[in-house]
Design a protein around this ligand. Structure first.
Ligand code: IMP
Length: 372
């Protein structure tokens, strides 16, 4: 781990390589002890990061997934859209669990507020869209960003000085704070929300979210310069899922998809919706790697594939069936202990993308992870 941390450097971004829900929360939770500042840069309560600690599930929508760790400074960046009641509820639930984040929470004055009207408009716009719509999370995200781009939005700074538990956390000093942090050798972990293929510019438009979900978007959303980023970990599910509408060329329909959904527990953390399931697409992964500049990959939920005879993977020229391993990998923590076929699956991804798979998830628990 020490060697890996040296490679990661001072500023690391964890970015979804697919359509979100890759399992970023678990990696973030694992890395957090080694960082000082935890930052969210984009999106809002459309995100849902699940962290399982001691068998208890914690779901974060606005706060970074590492917030369970005491003593870390939490930053909600300018690129975010925040629904204050949701944030207050998240803070309250953590306090109930004995964790007080308020003294270490910094919220950018420039983050935009999501209002009830935004949520209503989100639902109304969805109902007007043809063909089932985008399938938004109905958290008001699109309309909040619409107002921001129209320069008629309301920013968190309007809550400064108000009698709310979060208003002392709102600050105009995020940029100098992050700058100082870097100068003082404090390590910053940036938590991407959603995934590359949902990016407003680079994703499967118009079936995308309304923010920039890439590493560049994360830097922009925080006010960090591009050269600040020392590493970028792409999080990739061992298969693929998508919630909502839009193209999904490797989707597995019918029983095959249902089987993946049940084994992987593929239901939305935010909306509870069943996720569409399918297979890994190497060209999509190569694209995500090019856009984000991945330096490492985290392959998640490998154990979900334990029962497959063969595993279809999409390459440039079409599907190829890779041999399955038909053995339990759940909870394995060393690469050498994986069945040969599972090792080959990982190596194929490494070779095709040209990026090392440094983390492999083998179960939902904190400890169920191979570090390579
Ligand atoms: P919105 O972000 O609520 O506007 O939704 C736009 C699209 O992004 C929909 O297809 C959503 O299902 C999807 N989406 C938004 N947030 C997430 C996420 O955190 N994980 C997975 N999909 C998401």
């Amino acid at each position: 781990m020490e060697k890996l941390l040296t490679h990661l450097g001072a500023v690391t971004a964890v970015i979804g390589a697919q359509w979100g829900d890759e399992g970023k929360g678990k990696l973030i939770d694992l890395l957090t002890p080694h960082f000082d500042v935890l930052a969210r840069a984009n999106g809002g309560a459309n995100a849902g990061h699940t962290v399982v600690v001691a068998g208890k599930k914690h779901i974060f929508h606005l706060l970074p997934a590492g917030s369970l760790h005491e003593g870390k400074t939490i930053v909600l960046g300018s690129g975010m859209v925040i629904h204050p009641p949701t944030l207050l509820e998240e803070i309250r639930l953590l306090r109930e669990a004995g964790i007080d984040v308020l003294p270490r929470l910094l919220i950018s004055h420039a983050a935009h507020i999501v209002s009830e009207e935004h949520k209503e408009r989100d639902a109304a716009l969805e109902s007007q869209r043809a063909g089932g719509g985008i399938g938004t999370t109905k958290r008001g995200i699109g309309p909040a960003y619409m107002d921001k781009a129209a320069r008629s939005g309301m920013r968190m700074e309007t809550l400064l000085g108000k009698d709310l538990p979060l208003s002392p956390c709102i600050t105009k000093q995020i940029v100098p704070f992050l700058d100082e942090s870097r100068k003082n050798g404090r390590r910053i972990l940036i938590e991407g929300a959603q995934g590359t293929l949902l990016d407003i510019d680079h994703g499967t438009y118009p079936y995308v979210t309304s923010s920039s979900t890439t590493s560049a978007g994360a830097l922009q959303g925080l006010g960090l310069p591009p050269q600040a980023l020392t590493s970028c970990i792409g999080v990739v599910k061992a298969y693929c899922t998508r919630v909502g509408g839009g193209p999904f060329a490797t989707e597995a329909k019918g029983e095959v998809g249902d089987h993946l959904r049940e084994r992987g527990g593929e239901y939305g953390a935010t909306t509870g919706r069943p996720r569409r399931c399918g297979w890994l697409s190497i060209p999509d992964l190569q694209f995500a790697s090019s856009v984000n500049g991945f330096t490492h990959l985290n392959l998640t939920k490998l154990d979900v594939l334990d029962t497959e005879d063969t595993i279809p993977v999409f390459f440039e020229e079409g599907f190829r069936d890779l041999p399955g391993w038909k053995a339990e990998t759940k909870g394995i923590t060393t690469f050498e202990k994986l069945p040969k076929e599972a090792q080959n699956y990982v190596k194929t991804i490494e070779n095709e993308v040209g990026i090392p798979v440094s983390f492999i998830g083998t179960g939902p628990g904190r400890e169920e992870m191979i570090r390579k």
